[in-house]
Design a protein around this ligand. Structure first.
Ligand code: FES
Ligand code: FES
Length: 165
């Protein structure tokens, strides 16, 4: 039997009837066509499927869709909702060469967002800790760490500019 869930994704309200075994990853990708969130291992080991639910970083492959009823989900599509301008995290990933095949990128960027929301000035060790559980088979991680450091600076500077205005 399907269960009806009402939840927000990137600020938009959705109402879906889902099977009790359907994962959040399947609901996002198959029902809402938000395919930016990837499915890698499906067992909570790679981080490619990471999204933010009510401020917490979660593996969407291990999260049942029914558990997000009434909650608010942010996916990689929510980083740059208009599509005209990239989020500073995305810009930094492009500039520093932190994307190769791109399969890990959505999860890495959501981990970066979660980290910077909680710690706007992380040092290298804190960035690496924030990326634990996120696997990248291409970049060797250094460019990803650099990207997050660059994004942190950009986000801090734009916040100071906004405060001065
Ligand atoms: S696909 Fe969810 S952690 Fe790998
Ligand atoms: S860029 Fe290919 S897995 Fe990270």
């Amino acid at each position: 039997m399907k269960h009806r869930i009402n939840f927000k994704v990137n600020g938009d309200e959705y109402s879906l009837a889902v099977e009790p075994w359907k994962t959040l990853n399947e609901a996002l990708r198959e029902d809402l066509n938000l395919t930016g969130t990837k499915l890698g291992c499906g067992t909570g080991d790679c981080g490619a499927c990471t999204v933010i639910v009510d401020g917490k970083s979660v593996s969407s492959c291990l999260t049942l869709a029914v558990s997000v009823d009434g909650k608010s989900v942010t996916t990689v599509e929510g980083l740059a909702p208009s599509g005209d301008e990239l989020h500073p995290i995305q810009e930094a990933f492009v500039k520093t060469g932190a994307i190769q095949c791109g399969f890990c990128t959505a999860g890495m960027e959501m981990a970066a967002l979660h980290l910077l929301n909680h710690n706007p000035s992380p040092n290298e060790a804190e960035i690496r800790a924030g990326l634990s559980g996120h696997l990248c088979r291409c970049t060797g991680y250094s460019q990803i760490v650099e990207a997050i450091s660059v994004a942190a600076e950009t986000m801090k500077n734009s916040q100071s500019e906004e405060e001065e205005q």
